[in-house]
Write a protein that binds this ligand. Sequence first.
Ligand SMILES: [Zn+2]
Length: 303
Amino acid sequence: MIARPLDPLTYTVTPLDRAGILRTDDGAVAALLAGGKARIVPLWQQKHLVSADGTAGIFSYAEIAPLLPSAQLCFLGLADDTPWFAAGLPPSEAPPLPGEYRALNDVVLLMDGGHAAILAYARALVIWHETHKFCGRCGRATISTESGHCRKCANAACGHRTFPRTDPVVITLILDGERCLLGRQAAWPPGMYSAIAGFIEPGETIEAAVRREAEEETGIEVGDVRYLGSQPWPFPASLMLGFHATARTTAIRRKDNELEDCRWFTKADILTFKERNDPAPGFKLPNRYAIARVLLDRWLNPA
Ligand SMILES: [Zn+2]
């Protein structure tokens, strides 16, 4: 059973109709691009070009047309009758278009949720193109087809096609009554703690991944597992699947050393940290646009 949706979770609510049926109609997509209404999301070195007003990272065809011949274009879909495209700019040392380029998680704070979801979609596609330039079967170059939604091997004898990938990740808030389990990785900002997460492995069910990651990273055995919702997380290609899980055991043993620390926190602890949100005393919660924070908030304020 799926619990009350976690909407509005950042990157999940989009105004786009993906209009997948148009992707193989090159003429129709070219007409949409040059038709005067197109909105284009440029990316350079995985960052977004911020508009002159400092708020968007979204441009018109006229503003960006000179850059498009050298860009990786992807048709994203239609919002009402407005076509949207992503444009991966060449990874030159200097940006092809002067301006300020910012990371998605900085830009997202400046825009509405629908546009944030489009930028996440654009980022995921552009990064996929950058990392799949060669055929995984024969090693020759690949070319973009289907309006940026497929790459095909240029070797006619091979012809292997590959499609944008999404890597499922389970992220679980493990609960023991009035306590929750949070951990931190050494590479994270000082004081940052979050829910327990890891990639689903080949041949594994989602629920088995929840139990395995909990056991490997924390030594905790979990019982009931409840799915709450998902969030695209294009850093670079994850889909976060969010859960609450009930602990069967409580003794923490970090087996795989992925976490440098792992602790139980009470609801009172979390509420205090939310009010303070100051890493100086040694604790910081995930950002409010991350599903980990929403899993915490749902625990504090259940449906
Ligand atoms: Zn090939």
